[in-house]
Write a protein that binds this ligand. Structure first.
Ligand code: SF4
Length: 336
């Protein structure tokens, strides 16, 4: 048993982080490092289960690593690595496929949604949650920060762990628990339910102040504020939500009262937010610039992370293979 509870978090290599990922997830991972053992994985093998551009994947993976490190993931305390660098993820995934009922995979909401939009459904999309289970179980992690939309996958992961345990080794894989409050959904600048890169309604975590202002200026606000004189309801406005993350409490109170009394216009309100956001993000942007200037350093951190992850992963796979009766390879022929 590890001394501190172990948390596994995965993130897709989508390139640069945006404030939605940051506020919704990554910021919490940074805080969790004080109290938990964190394993943070850039899940490139998950990314390839959907249409993607091979020529861009490496750069997006690299940029994601830079973003995570700049945001405060500390490689001395946490294990940060790229999924495909640790082959035990796919090995365990294969093993877990052999105890996973296909019917369970077919009834996953995310699979159904995605499969519906595709002419030919690939096995990788169906088996995505098995790889997810392998990601977490490989480290025998206790906790997984997840959004509501991932709860079904987590439940399946627990079932897969139970099935494997029941068949091969009682209690070997802990059933990971969800940390639900840890992943919040941040509404988009266009008023859409979720900030997402593909919707183009985000602010990049590394955007400079001018760009932040360019993005906030046209952002959607409470539609009741048609003219400068119409009072608004801050609770109906995403700019107010963002003030709560980026502005000090007295400013948040001021925003609410200025909005309700039409004491200022939405542009005034956004200007204050843009300034506070730029100030909060400035040190992250500086760290990212320093890391980008030293790409070898980033690769070294990921290499070291992969080695630490693989040390745990190899140990798990040794036990898994032995319990399943697979013939041990001779030491000299071991791949690594
Ligand atoms: S004043 Fe601020 S909180 Fe109120 S609607 Fe405008 S942008 Fe939103």
């Amino acid at each position: 048993m590890h001394a501190m509870a172990r948390v596994f978090s995965g993130i897709q290599p989508s390139g640069e982080l945006h404030i939605g990922n940051y506020l919704g997830a990554v910021r919490n991972w940074v805080a969790l490092q004080d109290t938990h053992e964190c394993v943070i994985c850039i899940v490139d093998y998950h990314a390839i289960t959907q249409a993607y551009e091979p020529a861009l994947l490496e750069a997006r993976t690299f940029d994601m690593a830079v973003g995570l490190l700049a945001a405060g993931i500390d490689p001395d305390r946490s294990v940060l690595f790229v999924q495909s660098h640790v082959p035990e993820h796919t090995e365990l995934s294969w093993v877990l496929n052999t105890v996973t009922p296909i019917g369970e995979l077919e009834r996953m909401t995310q699979f159904k949604d995605k499969a519906q939009r595709q002419e030919s459904v690939l096995a990788g999309l169906l088996n995505y949650p098995v790889l997810q289970a392998a990601d977490v179980l490989l480290y025998r992690a206790d906790l997984v920060p997840v959004g509501e939309d991932q709860l079904q996958h987590l439940e399946l992961m627990r079932e897969i762990a139970r099935k494997w345990n029941a068949r091969f080794a009682e209690n070997f894989f802990p059933e990971p628990q969800a940390m639900v409050g840890q992943a919040r959904r941040i509404p988009g600048l266009d008023g859409e339910a979720k900030m997402s890169k593909s919707l183009g309604n985000t602010v990049g975590l590394l955007d400079p102040p001018e760009r932040i202002w360019e993005l906030l200026r046209p952002a959607k606000t409470d539609p009741a504020r048609v003219t400068r004189k119409d009072p608004g309801d801050p609770e109906k406005c995403n700019i107010y939500t963002l003030h709560q993350y980026f502005s000090p409490p007295e400013t948040v109170r001021h925003v609410a009262s200025q909005c309700r009394s039409a004491g200022w216009g939405c542009l005034d309100c956004k200007r204050v937010l843009a300034d506070n956001m730029a100030a909060t993000l400035a040190p992250i942007r500086e760290r990212a610039e320093a890391l980008k200037a030293e790409p070898e350093r980033v690769r070294e951190i990921l290499g070291d992370g992969a080695e630490r992850a693989a040390t745990i992963g190899r140990e798990t796979m040794r036990t898994v293979r032995a319990a399943m009766g697979l013939m041990p390879a001779r030491e000299v022929t071991l791949r690594r």
